[in-house]
Design a protein around this ligand. Structure first.
Ligand SMILES: Nc1ncnc2c1ncn2[C@@H]1O[C@H](COP(=O)(O)OP(=O)(O)OP(=O)(O)O)[C@@H](O)[C@H]1O
Ligand SMILES: [Mg+2]
Length: 343
């Protein structure tokens, strides 16, 4: 079966098409485009019609041919949280999750699609008698709108899931054991921090700082238009040897806001799960492609840092440019994770 994985971000739409058969997933095509101006969250039929029309154009421009699609829900609109429950039966968990969700949710429980994942107990981690559950609540309005748009585009939605869940699936664990991994997904409007233990998300946090905040800082500091500031960010990034370090020093205060949140997340996790330690950090999202980022993050956090390479999780033929795939990998982590979902 051929499947499309579409990650509709605020700034960019990223998609891959794969052929799935007998346990193998083979890359057919990948493509990205600027996001459309039509509001994704508008329920007006003129907006969903226009969105679908643009999406159809993107699909035809990319020569995608599959109708089956798995799409990601924007993290900034989805509520995910790891909660702790006493050790109770699965049936009781279902009920308890509902009550717990009601406590934490910023919107009414009637207005969300509630999902949860019971996290496997890990005796080395869970000293106390507790069950951890990952709560995922997506606003019904968002899900319905998304499905409507995909159907109007002529696609068959097989599943929808938050970006962070898809990304977790695309992180490579070819090693014998999977080290505790912190993922930083820096997109345009927001950054999501997740900590994985044995491939499961055990901590997640979303902050509203991302590419746009970085570009605005450069624009204001140096007196450039936003478009121009974005080009400078993409070309020079956090590389201090470029432009007398002007671009990197404009970006640093904003970038440090993100990294301080990461430090706090690490401290919280390590205190709670002592003696567990975050062993590596994996960067993804469009901002992870800017120059100098790897060294900067490694020095700031003093931990091993890698860029996501989701292509390692699927079969990629020789006809693709390895250089381009390496460069774009961090941007495609969610799209690849989507097609790896069992449906
Ligand atoms: N080669 C590139 N092409 C386009 N944008 C890039 C590139 N490299 C870096 N960027 C930057 O990456 C950001 C977009 O990243 P990404 O696609 O992960 O965000 P998004 O998914 O659209 O946003 P969000 O997840 O916040 O909704 C933008 O700020 C853009 O300036
Ligand atoms: Mg994104």
């Amino acid at each position: 079966m051929n499947i499309l994985g579409i990650d509709i971000g605020t700034n960019l739409i990223k998609a891959v098409e794969v052929k799935k058969e007998k346990g193998s997933t083979q890359l057919l095509k990948y493509s990205y485009s600027s996001a459309f101006n039509e509001p994704l969250l508008s329920e007006l039929s003129i907006d969903t019609d226009n969105f679908a029309k643009k999406l159809r154009e993107f699909i035809s421009y990319s020569s995608f041919s599959s109708e089956n699609v798995i799409a990601s829900l924007p993290e900034s609109h989805v509520f995910t949280r790891v909660i702790e429950l006493p050790k109770i039966s699965k049936k009781e968990i279902e009920k308890a999750v509902f009550w717990e969700a009601e406590k934490y949710l910023p919107i009414s429980i009637e207005d969300v699609n509630l999902n949860f994942q019971i996290l496997p107990s890990d005796t080395t981690l869970d000293k106390e008698e507790k069950t951890e559950v990952l709560l995922i609540a997506a606003p019904k309005a968002l899900v319905n709108n998304f499905v409507k748009i995909l159907e109007k585009t002529g696609l068959i939605p097989l599943a929808l899931e938050p970006e962070s869940m898809a990304i977790a699936r695309s992180i490579c664990y070819n090693e014998e054991s999977f080290p505790e991994t912190l993922i930083i997904n820096i997109g345009s409007e927001s950054t999501t921090i997740s900590i994985l233990v044995n491939k499961y998300i055990r901590f997640t946090r979303n902050i509203s700082t991302g590419g746009t905040t970085l570009i605005r800082a450069i624009s204001q500091d140096i007196g450039l238009e936003m478009d121009q500031a974005e080009e400078y960010m993409k070309s020079y990034g956090l590389d201090e040897s470029k432009m007398d370090g002007k671009i990197s020093s404009s970006m640093e205060p904003v970038f440090n806001v993100i990294l301080n949140e990461v430090r706090k997340s690490i401290a919280y996790f390590e205190t709670k799960k002592s003696p567990s330690r975050v062993k590596r950090v994996v960067l993804c999202g469009g901002i992870s492609t800017i120059p100098g980022i790897l060294i900067y993050v490694a020095q700031y956090l003093n931990v091993e840092v890698q860029k996501a390479n989701p292509w390692l999780k699927i079969t990629v033929g020789d006809k693709y440019s390895k250089k381009e795939l390496d460069e774009l990998g961090p941007m495609f982590a969610a799209s690849v994770g989507l097609v790896l979902k069992e449906v």
